[in-house]
Write a protein that binds this ligand. Sequence first.
Ligand SMILES: [Zn+2]
Length: 194
Amino acid sequence: MSQEVLVLNSDYEPLNICNIRRAISLVFLGKVDVLHESQIPIHTVSATYTSPSVVRLRSHVRRPMPQIKLSRRSILARDNYTCQYCGHKSSDLTVDHIIPRRLGGGNTWDNLVACCKKCNTKKGDKTLAQLNYTLRQQPKKPKYVPFISLTKFMNGAKNEVWRDYLPIFADTSVKSEPGTTVTCERETVGTAAG
Ligand SMILES: [Zn+2]
């Protein structure tokens, strides 16, 4: 019973990842519709059920706009754990200042990128022009911020079925309105919390 279930808001926005027990109770309470079932059946004393993998809330939960902190973790997630200089994908990356600190480069979303150790050593205190390096993409502050914790979100994106429901974290095309006043109804989300 350690399976996890992706919970979507009524507008398909990913809200939570909960355990199977919670998801099944939400199904029985009529609070969610099952969008995808997993291949793993659940056996109870009296019956066997197919277990949900993705569920959607029937009533909309309004949620506050999450804020994202600039951190090593959020930079690596934004860059999808890919070195922005050579394209090497790894979970063991560091964060590099594009304009070195020595030259006044700051700790900002547009000056920090995921970087492999090899490129990091090579780059040192040099500029991109000196090394003839180009960036894979222009670093920006992500516009879309998952409501689910970043770690859970990135792990969830590895699930083929869930991926379709998880917007790309670094997507700059997703519109979010900062400062929009929304009522916080976390207690409703709480029922879906694992
Ligand atoms: Zn690299």
